[in-house]
Design a protein around this ligand. Structure first.
Ligand SMILES: [Zn+2]
Length: 265
């Protein structure tokens, strides 16, 4: 279990799957559609992306919330699928009937999953703002309510690609969000540079996951900085205004009933 290799299809579309642990094989499918012609032509619109990928034709309803850099999480229900677009930054998947999706261009995709006490996966859009507002602790609070018996020590987590500390500084002056980050990010995840602050969002998420009780050996880090790797990844800061990396997850007992093409590569 880890991140699979970045694969390039004949048409140039890059794909990267998450390799689930043994106990979640056949129950968890998670894939990133990175920079490539399908994502370029979708222009960041999830319904278009789903159509072009063939997900809509295979009959899988797509949950694709409007992301607001908040901390709200949706549960897997067909009424939340497109064309409905509720506002949220996380999705809890437990049945495998719907696919959950979120979009990224510098913010961090975060996936938590376990087979205990039944299969579930929670995907989050964790950027600077969501992390500063405490998306992870809010999401785990939601999870405890929905999945009684949740065990952090039996949970795996994947922190996807996002903007690294190499490329992420924020001015102190006239930016209330910087102050929020300085008070809510773990102290070891930011550096005061005087007039600005360098934030390491990935490190903040890692520290928060470990302090929840996730075992280090079940925590996987993608590690590529979006801003340093524009050939593979979309990055808002390096000029991608609309196109996005598309993260799609299905989890639950029904996952094996439909296998889209990207699950067989
Ligand atoms: Zn960088």
């Amino acid at each position: 279990m880890s991140f699979g290799p970045i694969l390039t299809r004949d048409d140039g579309q890059r794909i990267q799957r998450i390799c689930p642990p043994k106990e979640l094989e056949g129950l968890l499918e998670a894939v990133f559609f990175l920079r490539g012609p399908i994502m370029d032509s979708a222009g960041g619109d999830p319904e278009t992306a789903w159509q072009k990928l063939g997900g809509a034709a295979s009959g899988i309803p797509l949950i694709a919330p409007i992301q607001v850099h908040g901390t709200a999480v949706l549960e897997e229900r067909e009424i939340w699928a497109v064309p409905t677009r509720p506002k949220a930054d996380g999705i809890l998947l437990t049945r495998g009937n719907c696919a959950g999706s979120l979009r990224f261009a510098d913010c961090f995709p975060l996936l938590l999953s376990s087979s205990h006490p039944r299969p579930w996966a929670m995907m989050l859009h964790a950027g600077f703002e969501g992390t500063a507002k405490g998306i992870l602790s809010d999401a785990v609070g939601f999870l405890r309510g929905q999945i009684p018996g949740f065990r952090p020590d039996r949970t795996a987590a994947w922190i996807g690609p996002g903007i690294g500390p190499c490329c992420y500084e924020r001015k102190k002056d006239q930016d209330a969000k910087t102050a929020l980050g300085m008070s809510n990010f773990p102290p070891r995840s930011w550096t005061d540079l005087g007039e600005s602050v360098r934030f390491d969002i990935q490190k903040a998420l890692r520290i928060q996951l470990l302090s929840l009780g996730l075992p280090e050996e079940r925590l996987f880090i993608h590690g590529l900085c979006t801003s340093c790797n524009p050939g593979e990844l979309y990055s808002y800061r390096t000029g991608d205004r609309t196109c996005r990396t598309f993260f799609v997850v299905r989890c639950g007992p029904e996952v094996h009933n439909i296998r889209p093409w990207w699950e067989n590569i």
